[in-house]
Design a protein around this ligand. Structure first.
Ligand code: GUN
Length: 292
């Protein structure tokens, strides 16, 4: 069994990006510039955005954190988005989710210029991805593809069962793995909450991608000997024995499933750490595509 180490791989990707930024500087080019918009004071969002900004600094990108009041109107936020779209010093930006309830998230995401949409949430990017055109791929499926590729997990001709059909994980990873190319050419089944006899399907899978959000749902009896297991779940489970009062659990019963698997992502330390590295990668791509 081989552990797909997301922490190590994401650090490698950051080093590659850092080297690319140094080369850009040496050529006298402007370095990539990412902005992050944070509305309100949600603790978890502050933590996420803070670590995105720190990662930008680490690889040598310019970064701007734009903090807006919790009670900002939808109209005022749309005007801010328009200003960011027009700002030629900016290669890409993200609007951290979730947004306050009085703001229509879909309306905001649709207003982002697809050329600057480094989260890959705009329908134009989803469509371009599905048609195998250059596109910003959302960080989680992009990170999974990188882990599969870099660890040379066999995917061509293999049966992959994706459990979950969300717009930012299950659906895109199912499309990407069925496409031609590295970590692709798989035969993909998308399972979800209405799927009948899920265990019968996962037992046939050479690769299982769990993106359900139910802690330790996938147990050893549900997987084939030698399967590769990708766990996207991150659920906080209350635990009084832990200083934080909770532990992070994936969708996979790790200990028992690991014993049967050929490759497996741990939680934490698997898919999670890959996401910031892929956001940086998208920002670098934005810089390259938008100047071409
Ligand atoms: N909130 C949690 N994850 C994400 C993400 O990847 N992008 C944005 N914009 N908001 C998030």
């Amino acid at each position: 069994m081989k552990i797909l180490d997301g922490k190590k791989t994401s650090n490698q990707i950051k080093e590659e990006i850092k080297a690319e930024v140094s080369a850009m500087k040496a050529r006298g080019e402007r370095v990539p510039h990412l902005a992050a918009v944070l509305v309100g004071n949600d603790g978890a969002s502050l933590t996420y955005v803070g670590s995105k900004v720190r990662s930008c600094e680490y690889v040598g990108f310019d970064s701007t954190l734009i903090r807006l009041e919790e009670d900002i109107t939808e109209q005022a936020l749309l005007e801010k988005i328009e200003a960011l779209n027009a700002d030629s010093s900016l290669d890409g930006y993200i609007v951290q989710l979730p947004l306050p309830k009085h703001i229509d998230e879909e309306k905001i995401l649709l207003a982002i210029d697809p050329k600057k949409d480094v989260d890959g949430f705009h329908p134009a990017n989803f469509g371009r991805m599905a048609l195998e055109l250059d596109a910003f791929i959302p960080a989680t499926p992009f990170g999974i593809m990188q882990l599969l590729e870099r660890y040379e997990v066999p995917t061509s001709g293999k049966h992959c069962v994706v459990v979950g059909r969300s717009h930012i994980v299950g659906r895109p990873i199912s499309i990407l793995m069925s496409q031609k190319g590295p970590a692709g050419n798989a035969t993909v089944t998308v399972a979800h909450s209405r799927t009948e006899n899920l265990a019968a399907l996962t037992r046939q899978a050479d690769i299982v991608v769990m993106a359900l959000g139910i802690p330790e749902y996938l147990t050893a009896d549900m997987v084939k000997e030698g399967a590769a297991i990708i766990d996207v779940g991150i659920t906080r489970v209350p635990d009084e024995n832990h200083p934080k009062g909770y532990v992070i659990k994936g969708d996979v019963a790790y200990e028992e499933v690991a014993q049967k698997s050929s490759f497996i992502t741990p939680v934490p330390g698997g898919v999670g750490p890959m996401t910031i590295a892929m956001l940086l990668k998208n920002t670098l791509l934005a810089r390259q595509w938008n100047q071409a």
